[in-house]
Ligand binder design. Structure first.
Ligand code: 5RP
Length: 285
C-alpha cells in the first residue's frame, strides 16, 4: 500500500530533525561563542537540538539570526540573541561567528547551494560569510548533482522599483520566465522580504560546475549553458539586484588558504536526513 501524504510529510520532518540534531552534535562545540541561526523549517530543529543540550551548554553562547523567523526561534528557545551588526568589535573588527547552521533548497555535488525559498537569502548570506564554519542541514530531497535541477529557479532579492527592468535583463540572460514572487496565500500582493525588498524567482537550466566546461561550452550563457560562478558574477552586476540565492565559490576552510577569511558562502558540510532515518554527510573535498 502506498504511503499516505501525511506519512510522507512525517518522514520528511523526521529526516530534517535527524539531520539537524546530527549537525549540531558534530559541529557545535561547548566553547563556541557566536552561532548563526538560519531560516526555514529545518533550522527549527537546529534550535531544538541546541535547546535540548540544556541551558548550561549554551550559557556562554550568543545567537545571530538571519531574519525575523530565526529571531523568534532564538527568543522562544530562551537563547541569547544578538543582531549581526551588534556583535562585539575587537581590534576594529566584528567578532567572527564560530559556526552558522542553515537550510538549503538545493545542494550540488560541490556543496554550492540555492537558498531563498523562504525569502531570507540576503541576511542568510551575510551570516554565512561572517562565520568561520557554515553547515547546511536539509532532507535528502535537496541533494542534486547540479543546481537548478530539482529546484528550478534562483531566488533573487530586488529593489521593488527595479523589478520590471531586472525581469527584462534576466530574460535577456536566458531565464525563460522570471517572476516576482507572490505573497499569497498569506499576503495579497508581492512577497516582501525582511529588508523591504521583493523576490524574483528566475528559472535557469541546470548550472554547470567549472569541471563541466569545455572549449565549446564555456559557461557564459551561450545556448543557455551557465557555469555557477559566471552566472553569479553577471547577476550581481545588474542594477537593482540586492543579493542572489546562489551560495557558491569557496568554503570556510578554503577561504583561509585564499586569504579571504570570513567571506565564504559555501558550507564545509551538508547534512541530509533520509526517510529511512539515516543521516548522510556530504563533506567538502
Ligand atoms: O533559504 C532558505 C530561506 O530563505 C531556507 O533555508 C531554505 O528555503 C530551506 O528551507 P526548509 O528548511 O524549510 O526546506
Amino acid at each position: 500500500m502506498a504511503a499516505s501524504a501525511s506519512d510522507v510529510a512525517a518522514l520528511i520532518e523526521s529526516a530534517k530533525k535527524a539531520a539537524a540534531f546530527q549537525a549540531v552534535e558534530d559541529h557545535l562545540s561547548p566553547t563556541d561563542k557566536f552561532v548563526g541561526i538560519g531560516s526555514g523549517s529545518t533550522v527549527v530543529y537546529v534550535v531544538e537540538a541546541i535547546a535540548a543540550k540544556g541551558p548550561s551548554f549554551s550559557a556562554n553562547m550568543t545567537f545571530i539570526p538571519t531574519g525575523s523567523q530565526s529571531k523568534g526561534l532564538i527568543r522562544a528557545a530562551g537563547l541569547r540573541l544578538c543582531n549581526l551588526d551588534e556583535r562585539p568589535v575587537i581590534n576594529g573588527v566584528s567578532v567572527a561567528l564560530d559556526v552558522a547552521f542553515d537550510g538549503a533548497d538545493e545542494v550540488d555535488e560541490d556543496l554550492n547551494l540555492i537558498k531563498g525559498g523562504g525569502a531570507c537569502l540576503f541576511q542568510e548570506k551575510l551570516v554565512a560569510v561572517a562565520a568561520r564554519k557554515f553547515i547546511a542541514v536539509a532532507d535528502s530531497r535537496k541533494q542534486s548533482p547540479r543546481l537548478c535541477t530539482k529546484w528550478k529557479t534562483i531566488p533573487i532579492e530586488v529593489l521593488p522599483l527595479a523589478a520590471p527592468d531586472v525581469l527584462n535583463r534576466l530574460k535577456a540572460m536566458g531565464s525563460p520566465n522570471p517572476v516576482v514572487r507572490s505573497g499569497l496565500p498569506s499576503k495579497a500582493g508581492e512577497c516582501v522580504t525582511d529588508n523591504g525588498m521583493w523576490i524574483i524567482d528566475a528559472p535557469f537550466p541546470p548550472l554547470l560546475l567549472p569541471k563541466d566546461l569545455t572549449a565549446e561550452v564555456d559557461g557564459t550563457g551561450k545556448n543557455g549553458a551557465w557555469e555557477i560562478g559566471r552566472l553569479a558574477e553577471e547577476l550581481v552586476k545588474l542594477p537593482g539586484i540586492v543579493e542572489i540565492g546562489l551560495f557558491h565559490g569557496f568554503n570556510g576552510v578554503q577561504a583561509v588558504g585564499l586569504g579571504k577569511e570570513f567571506q565564504a558562502q559555501k558550507p564545509v558540510a551538508a547534512y541530509f536526513g533520509t526517510p529511512s532515518g539515516e543521516v548522510q554527510v556530504q563533506n567538502a573535498a
